[in-house]
Design a protein around this ligand. Structure first.
Ligand code: URA
Length: 183
């Protein structure tokens, strides 16, 4: 499937009940030839209203960390495990993840990024391994099929616990070094 068909299918999706409550499907944004892809959990309120991932407070913090290591946001691709907002931003259910994950896999297949960074525990558990421990394993590298993957703290978590920002900066610097090493 190509980009247009995939995006159209996603935008009219009703594979789960979140299709009934969304304002917008948040498909993903950025470069479709990106070497680096970020995957979050699910859209929040601002994302649901705008149709763009990571534009709320957590998104602004993500932007700061991208800036800190000189990674232009427009050069990466940013998407989520779920394309529609769960009510009250609750965690995605396993059934919602199963219904939606095919869209992300197609995005990964089309982009073929060298590196995928999971933003937070939920994405890491879905893409890296079900028992992923974010406090212990953030910043570690995992080879999954053709993709080199890592996970960092979710920016929304950093807003709640700013002491973890130091670890986030270390992980982002390690990511920058890995990209430099690959090019
Ligand atoms: N949190 C996420 O996981 N994704 C978004 O797009 C916004 C906030």
């Amino acid at each position: 499937m190509g980009w247009e068909a995939l995006e159209n299918e996603c935008k009219s999706c009703h594979k789960c009940a979140l299709g009934d409550t969304r304002t917008n499907c948040v498909f993903g944004t950025g470069s479709r030839t990106a070497e680096l892809m970020f995957v979050g959990e699910a859209p929040g309120e601002q994302e649901d209203l705008s149709g763009t991932p990571f534009v709320g407070r957590a998104g602004k913090l993500l932007d700061q960390f991208l800036d800190a290591v000189d990674i232009p946001r427009e050069k990466v691709y940013i998407a989520n495990i779920l394309k529609c907002r769960p009510p009250q931003n609750r965690d995605p259910s396993p059934a919602e993840e199963e219904a939606c994950i095919g869209y992300l896999y197609e995005q990964m297949r089309l982009i073929r990024p060298k590196v995928i960074v999971c933003l937070g525990r939920i994405a890491a558990m879905k893409l890296i391994k079900p028992d992923f421990r974010i406090t212990k394993e953030h910043g570690e590298w995992f080879l999954k099929g053709d993709h080199l993957m890592t996970a960092v703290y979710h920016p929304a978590y950093l807003l709640r616990d700013p002491r973890k920002k130091e670890d986030m900066l270390t992980d982002m610097k390690r990511l920058r070094a890995k990209l430099d090493e690959m090019n």
